[in-house]
Design a protein. Structure first.
Length: 191
């Protein structure tokens, strides 16, 4: 299989199911941003972090491939006329969201209580987490825009929402493990 097909040379790409759309279509922006997020998670995983965090990130990366597949599927081509699935696309489950929630709760229990917003930074690995968090929020914004026009499984939106919270907590956890101070944002008082 060749990596290049030349079918996108005129600015279109194919969705799962064969429908061609412009490369700037919101569906492409949605799953493209999820792909970008997945790459950032790979960079975080490549850092000197605990094996448990690396394993969690691998699981998340696999789920993001599922999210991408869902977002890349033309809803009109996803089902047969009798309602059965035409394409064998995996799903995001409530259990997948609960895994993130449990990880968030576990990390939160081991960290000092937050009293202020935290400025991103302190260590390169922590900064990567904050970048991934913001890319995740962008993916969520893109997906919600797509959802308004062409609905898909709502659990995808929930997963992306929870994932950004997970990445925030991972940044805090890594700050603690790397022994870097969290810099609180304390707004200046007006005179």
């Amino acid at each position: 299989m060749k990596i290049y097909t030349k079918t996108g040379d005129k600015g279109t790409t194919a969705l799962f199911g064969g429908t061609r759309v412009p490369k700037h279509h919101i569906r492409i922006e949605s799953y493209g941003t999820v792909d970008e997020l997945n790459s950032w998670l790979g960079l975080i995983r490549d850092q000197n972090i605990s094996e448990s965090s690396k394993n969690e990130l691998i699981q998340v990366q696999e789920k993001l491939f599922t999210v991408g597949a869902i977002l890349a599927t033309d809803p009109e081509k996803a089902l047969l006329k009798d309602g059965r699935e035409r394409l064998n696309i995996p799903r995001i489950s409530i259990g997948d969201i609960e895994i993130l929630e449990n990880a968030i709760d576990s990390m939160d229990g081991d960290l000092p209580q937050m009293t202020h917003f935290i400025l991103p930074g302190g260590h390169t690995t922590v900064s990567y987490c904050h970048i991934a968090r913001t890319v995740c929020r962008r993916a969520e914004r893109m997906a919600t825009l797509l959802y308004e026009a062409e609905p898909f499984d709502e659990l995808v939106l929930s997963y992306l929402n929870r994932l950004s919270d997970y990445l925030f907590m991972l940044a805090r956890k890594l700050s603690k493990e790397l022994q870097v101070a969290e810099v609180k944002w304390i707004p200046e008082k007006k005179n």
